[in-house]
Design a protein around this ligand. Structure first.
Ligand SMILES: [Zn+2]
Length: 216
């Protein structure tokens, strides 16, 4: 019987500032509402696609700085389309043609609160304020959040590489949502645990795998 390794990654982040992730939601008096939990619409949340996207972006930046040839997730039309000839990031995070073996979930921000701020629209090219373009947006804050990522890989080695890549992506502080340059959305890793078939992977094993991934 062939067994398919199952991985479970639990990552805890501290939220170091307010954040805003624009939702497809209308609230009277606010131009840009924040994304909320789909089950309980009073709780702010982070969409699965947002956390997956930023972790991938972090991993891409680090791998590229080490000279790795990987696809740009910002250019989906140029991403890998052949499962047999696939780059490291598309293999684990997928592409428009290839399914990712990892499953991300929406993240709920417990004990959070909201605030409203005002912003001014600025023309990206000229950097000049767009006249009459004052808008309001909802900001959310919480102390920390936990995300759980699950996946089924073909073999243990792949499960270990997937866990290592996620550790690499989570390791350095980064921002989620809008307003990074205004100091919004900054998060920091506080805990990382990875399990393959319910057995915890040691820090040493992740560290050794990381060295191999970065040097290969
Ligand atoms: Zn690729």
């Amino acid at each position: 019987m062939i067994s398919i390794p199952k991985i479970k990654i639990i990552i805890k982040f501290s939220l170091d500032s307010f954040f805003h992730i624009t939702a497809d939601r209308l609230i009277f008096g606010i131009d840009k509402a924040n994304y909320l939990d789909t089950l309980n619409e009073s709780i702010p949340a982070i969409p699965a696609s947002t956390i997956k996207g930023v972790l991938r972006q972090q991993i891409e930046n680090i791998l590229r700085s080490k000279g790795k040839n990987i696809c740009y997730s910002s250019q989906p039309e140029k991403m890998c389309s052949d499962n047999k000839n696939i780059c490291l990031t598309c293999k684990y995070f997928g592409s428009p043609r290839i399914r990712s073996p990892l499953f991300f979930e929406d993240i709920i921000i417990n004990n959070s609160y909201k605030d409203i701020r005002f912003g001014v629209g600025i023309n990206r090219k000229t950097k000049i304020t767009i006249e009459g373009n004052l808008f309001s947006y909802e900001l959310c804050f919480g102390k920390e959040f936990v995300t759980e990522i699950n996946g089924f890989l073909n073999e243990r080695e792949e499960a270990l590489i997937a866990s290592t890549l996620l550790f690499l992506g989570a390791k350095f502080s980064f921002a989620i949502g809008c307003g990074k340059t205004r100091g919004l959305g900054w998060i920091k890793l506080t805990e990382f645990e990875a399990f393959i078939d319910q057995a915890k992977i040691s820090r040493e094993e992740i560290h050794n795998c990381l060295m191999e991934v970065l040097e290969a």
